[in-house]
Ligand binder design. Structure first.
Ligand code: BES
Ligand code: MG
Ligand code: ZN
Length: 474
């Protein structure tokens, strides 16, 4: 729990110092051994008997807004070494340098830094801390509290996404995923409608249906409606891949690649997290979340390489690889967004290609878009969120790579530029709608965390960037 109290005496205090800061209130021996470099700390008992953990920020010129979340997460994790409940966090150093929005970044640092997937280990207990922000004399308490609330709601959205992705496939079938999202909708005030396999078939979503019927756990189309800006005719669809289990189907993945199969609904989870945060913070926006949720498995009903299938848009697809299932279900979800939800803008987000990891690694997600204006808006949003993205080029030569001899389009290209051809497959279904495609296959999951605010496993990638697209406060 995070609250504010400038006067609360806590058992423990955390404070931040730049390298150039003179800590002349401390004894010389302490000053000498604490170098104040980024991510170093020194515990010290102050005169009034309060233990203080000083955390180095490194050189002032090298520190930036983007690092707040990281260093706060680092510092808060240090308390796990001690047996304490109440901690005060001196945020004055940040408030001196940055505007009040830094408070929500600090909150994200605290909450995401302490995040642990509850898991199923019956002997593990969850630590609870009371954290008091202090040193905000320069601002009024109410605005600080308001900012803490906003930040907490954003952090909860990220955590919601992480929890969904970390949940094993046997405990998160498409049906269970739909139930969990409906529960979230009730808490946050979002309308959630769930369509079953019969609706999917009767609406001619054959591409989605074909992948879904490979499993005994039937598919679900999960739709979240948050329409809270009557002054605008814009409706942005956030379309998130919700493959709760991707074995690859008949193009079975090698066992080494199976570890991440439960995480193939990272795009759908990000959509849920972003809409949760928007609703909790009462942001004025018209957003529809669309999550095609299904499994990709081997069974008597499974599709096989060489099959030609139809799609809701009426385009025929030659399936040459059953492991390229994400684009199939997203194609129909995008058509559904246009035809049934009247979307005027589309973002699709998916753990779509291993190729994006080869191209740009685990720190950066791939982007394709057909609209410079829309991308500019998204760029502003992701800069605020401090996530990293990189835009890929689109050329007609790339489009040629997914032309089929026997159908309108095929679901894989040659083994080059797989991220581009996957995105361009979806482009075939967006018509003239301004569209942004986010490939988060590299960023949604980390075996080795890159930042202090990540934990091994799901990262919640995409939540904050999509959130800030609609929360345009400076
Ligand atoms: N879900 C995977 C992509 C993926 C790979 C996500 C690694 C996270 C980590 C997707 O369905 C897939 O299997 N893609 C194939 C496409 C290929 C068959 C054209 C891939 O990237 O290998
Ligand atoms: Mg696959
Ligand atoms: Zn997949």
């Amino acid at each position: 729990m995070i609250s504010v109290d400038n006067f609360k005496k806590c058992a423990f205090k955390i404070a931040f110092v730049y390298e150039d800061e003179d800590m002349n209130t401390l004894p010389l021996n302490i000053r000498k051994i604490f170098n104040k470099k980024y991510k170093t700390n020194i515990p010290f008992i102050e005169e009034n008997n309060v233990p203080v953990l000083y955390v180095g920020l490194g050189e002032r010129s090298k520190f930036s807004f983007k690092k707040i979340k990281d260093i706060v997460a680092y510092s808060i994790k240090q308390i796990e070494k001690y047996s304490i409940e109440d901690v005060s966090l001196d945020i004055s150093t940040f408030l001196k340098e940055y505007d009040i929005r830094c408070v929500s970044e600090i909150v994200l640092g605290v909450k995401l830094g302490l995040y642990k997937f509850k898991g199923y280990n019956t002997s593990k207990k969850q630590e609870k801390y009371n954290i008091f922000f202090q040193g905000y004399e320069s601002c009024d308490e109410e605005s600080i509290m308001e900012e803490i609330k906003l930040g907490s709601n954003i952090a909860e959205g990220v955590i919601l996404a992480r929890d969904l992705v970390n949940t094993p496939a046997n405990m998160l079938t498409p049906i269970i995923m739909a139930e969990k999202i409906a529960d979230m909708g009730k808490v946050a005030g979002v309308t959630v409608e769930v369509f079953d396999e019969n609706y999917i078939m009767n609406t001619c979503m054959e591409a989605f249906y074909t992948v879904g019927k490979s499993s005994g756990n039937p598919p679900r189309l999960i739709v979240l409606r948050y329409l809270q800006d009557p002054s605008s005719k814009d409706i942005t669809a956030l379309v998130g891949k919700g493959v709760t289990c991707d074995t690859g189907g008949y193009c079975l993945k090698p066992s080494g690649s199976m570890e991440g199969i439960k995480g193939d609904m990272g795009g759908g989870a990000a959509v849920v997290g972003a809409i949760y945060s928007l609703a909790k913070n009462k942001i004025k926006a018209n957003v529809v979340g669309i999550i095609p949720a299904c499994e990709n498995r081997i069974s008597r009903e499974s599709f096989i390489p060489g099959d030609v299938i139809n799609s809701m848009a009426g385009k025929t697809i030659e399936v040459l690889n059953t492991d390229a299932e994400g684009r199939l279900i997203l194609a129909d979800a995008v058509t559904y967004a246009i035809q049934k939800e009247n979307a005027t803008k589309i973002i699709d987000i998916a753990t779509l290609t291993g190729a994006v990891v080869n191209a740009i690694g685990f720190s950066t997600a791939g982007v394709l878009t057909n609209n410079n204006e829309f991308f500019k808006e998204f760029k502003e949003a992701y800069s605020k969120s401090c996530e990293q993205y990189w835009r890929f080029p689109i050329c007609d030569e790339h489009r040629d790579m997914i032309k089929s001899d026997i159908a309108d389009i095929k679901n894989i290209g040659k083994s080059y530029c797989g991220t581009i051809t996957a995105g361009l497959f979806i482009e075939q279904f967006v018509e003239n709608t301004p569209w942004i495609h986010l490939d988060i296959a590299g960023t949604a999951w980390v075996d080795t965390p890159l930042y202090e605010y990540q934990a091994k496993g799901a990262t919640g990638a995409g939540v904050t960037s999509m959130y800030y697209l609609f929360d345009e406060k400076e």
